[in-house]
Design a binder for this molecule. Structure first.
Ligand code: ATP
Ligand code: MG
Length: 437
C-alpha cells in the first residue's frame, strides 16, 4: 500500500455491515456515547469490531478516541489511568472493563507525546498521539484495525481489513519484518488469532516466524506471562500449542518443556500436555474457571520430574524430592515467562500431593480429601492416568470415592483397609510358608 491509499478509507455505511448496537455491551455503548456527546471522536476498534463482523461474541470491547487519557479520565468517575509504555484509561463497570485508548500517531515536529524506540527498532514506549488514520496504521493486523464509528454507525477501513476478514486472512499492516522487530509479541498474536479465528496466516508471516522467533527471548517475562494466558486460556489452547511448536515459537516460552517434547514425540509428556490443553479448552468452552497453576503444573511436570534428586535411600522422600525439583524448575522457568508466586506455590502443591494418592491408608485418605488443593491435585492425577502414567484403577478409585457422601466415603476407605489388611495377612502367610519350605 502506498501513501495515497493511506488517506482514503473505505467507509461501510450501516446497511453494508453486520454490526448492530444490540450486540455491543451496554457499558461500551455508554462510553462511546459519552465521549461522542462531549465532542470527541469515539469508535469501537480491535477485537470487538472484528469478532462482531465475524458473528462471534467479543471477549471485550476496546474504544479508540481523540480524547487524551486525562480527558477521558475526567469524563468517567469510574475510570483509572493505566500503563506507562502505553497509557490508557480503564472505565470500570463492576467486572467489565472498557479500555479506552487515545489515537496514536506518527512522529511530528511539534514534539507532543512521545515514542521511544531502542537501537534494534523495538518500541519501548508509545504515547505519541495522532489521528484515526495514523492510529489504524500502527495497529498489528488489518482485521484488527477496523473502526465502528458511533457518530454515524459506519465501519471505517483504512488498511483493507474488511477484504482480509472476508477472505479469512491474517495480514500484518506494513512491512512484516519491521513490524515483528518493533514488537516481537506480534508473532504470538499472529498464532493466537490464526488458531482462534481459523484464519490463514499470510505466507509472508509464515516464513518469518521461525526466523524471528528468537526475538521472543528478549521480551520481558512479565509480559510473556500475560501472553501465555491469552494463548492458553482463550479456548483454543491445543491448536495454538501445535502452531507455536510448528513455527518454533514454543521453545522461547517454555524451553524446558520443549527440550523434552523434542526428544520424545509420542510419549507420556506430549500426551499429558496435549490432554491438559484439551481439558482447559473444554473448561473454557463450558464457562468453567481455569487457573494458571494447573496449566503450568502440566507444562512443567516432566521438566520437574527430570530434576528430582535420586531417591537413593539418603532419607529423602519422594515429596521432598518434588519440592527440591520444583524450586529448580521455577527458578529456570521464570527467566523466560514469569509465574506470579501465588500460582507457582499452587502448582508446586499440586505436584507435591501426587505421591499421596498412592498411599491409601484411612488416615492419609482423610487428610488428602480435606486438603484445600485436593480438587486441583485430583484433576492432575486424572490427567496422569489418561496419559498412562499412573494405573487407571487408582484414578478410578478416587473418582468413585469423592462422588460419595461422607458416610459412603468412610465405608470405602474402611473396605480398602480390610482388603489391604487381607492382602498383608496373605503376604505374611505366603512368606511364612515359603520360609518353611
Ligand atoms: P482479543 O479478542 O484477544 O481481545 P484483540 O484484537 O482485541 O483480541 P487486544 O490485545 O485486546 O486484542 O488489543 C486490542 C487492539 O489493539 C488490537 O485489535 C490491535 O488493533 C491493537 N493491538 C494490541 N496489541 C498490539 C500490538 N502488540 N501491536 C499493535 N497493535 C496492537
Ligand atoms: Mg480486545
Amino acid at each position: 500500500m502506498n501513501e495515497a491509499q493511506r488517506t482514503a478509507p473505505v467507509v461501510y455505511p450501516r446497511e453494508r455491515h453486520s454490526i448492530s448496537r444490540a450486540n455491543i455491551s451496554p457499558n461500551a455503548l455508554k462510553v462511546l456515547y459519552r465521549l461522542h456527546h462531549a465532542g470527541y471522536q469515539a469508535c469501537l476498534v480491535g477485537g470487538g469490531v472484528r469478532d462482531l463482523l465475524l458473528g462471534r461474541e467479543p471477549k471485550d470491547f476496546d474504544v479508540a478516541t481523540d480524547a487524551r487519557p486525562e480527558e477521558v479520565r475526567r469524563l468517567f468517575r469510574n475510570s483509572r489511568l493505566i500503563g506507562r509504555r502505553f497509557r490508557l484509561v480503564h472505565v470500570v463497570f463492576g467486572r467489565e472493563i472498557v479500555e479506552v485508548a487515545t489515537f496514536r500517531g506518527m512522529p511530528r515536529d511539534d514534539g507532543e507525546g512521545e515514542r521511544v524506540v531502542d537501537a534494534s527498532g523495538r518500541i519501548v514506549r508509545d504515547n505519541l498521539f495522532g489521528t484515526i488514520e495514523e492510529d489504524a496504521w500502527r495497529r498489528d493486523f488489518t482485521v484488527n484495525a477496523l473502526y465502528y464509528d458511533i457518530s454515524d454507525f459506519t465501519v471505517r477501513d483504512y488498511v483493507g481489513g474488511m477484504e482480509d476478514l472476508e477472505a479469512g486472512r491474517l495480514r500484518l499492516i506494513g512491512e512484516p519484518r519491521a513490524r515483528f522487530l518493533e514488537d516481537p509479541v506480534r508473532m504470538l498474536r499472529a498464532v493466537r488469532f490464526a488458531a482462534k479465528l481459523g484464519f490463514r496466516l499470510d505466507p509472508g508471516i509464515e516464513a518469518l516466524l521461525p526466523e524471528m522467533a528468537h526475538l521472543i527471548g528478549e521480551v520481558s517475562p512479565a509480559r510473556l506471562f500475560d501472553e501465555v494466558l491469552k494463548l492458553f486460556h482463550g479456548g483454543c489452547a491445543l491448536e495454538t500449542f501445535e502452531l507455536l511448536r510448528r513455527f518454533d515459537l514454543f521453545r522461547y516460552l517454555f524451553p524446558l518443556t520443549e527440550a523434552i517434547l523434542a526428544e520424545e514425540e509420542a510419549g507420556f509428556p506430549r500426551m499429558l500436555v496435549a490432554r491438559a490443553l484439551a481439558n482447559t479448552d473444554a473448561r473454557v468452552q463450558a464457562g468453567k474457571p481455569v487457573t494458571p497453576a494447573f496449566l503450568y503444573a502440566a507444562l512443567l511436570w516432566e521438566p520437574m520430574r527430570r530434576r528430582m534428586p535420586p531417591l537413593d535411600g539418603k532419607g529423602m522422600s519422594e515429596i521432598q524430592a518434588i519440592q527440591v525439583a520444583g524450586t529448580r524448575v521455577v527458578t529456570e522457568q521464570v527467566r523466560h515467562t514469569a509465574i506470579p508466586r501465588r500460582f507457582s506455590l499452587a502448582m508446586r502443591e499440586i505436584w507435591a500431593l501426587q505421591p499421596r494418592f498412592a498411599r491409601r491408608t484411612p488416615r492419609q485418605v482423610r487428610a488428602l480429601l480435606g486438603h484445600p488443593r485436593f480438587r486441583a491435585a485430583y484433576d492432575f492425577l486424572l490427567l496422569r492416568a489418561e496419559a498412562g502414567e499412573v494405573p487407571a484403577d487408582l484414578a478410578q478409585w478416587w473418582t468413585e470415592l469423592q462422588a460419595l457422601p461422607p458416610e459412603g466415603q468412610a465405608a470405602m476407605v474402611q473396605a480398602l483397609g480390610e482388603t489391604e489388611g487381607k492382602r498383608r495377612r496373605r503376604r505374611r502367610r505366603r512368606r511364612r510358608s515359603a520360609a518353611q519350605e
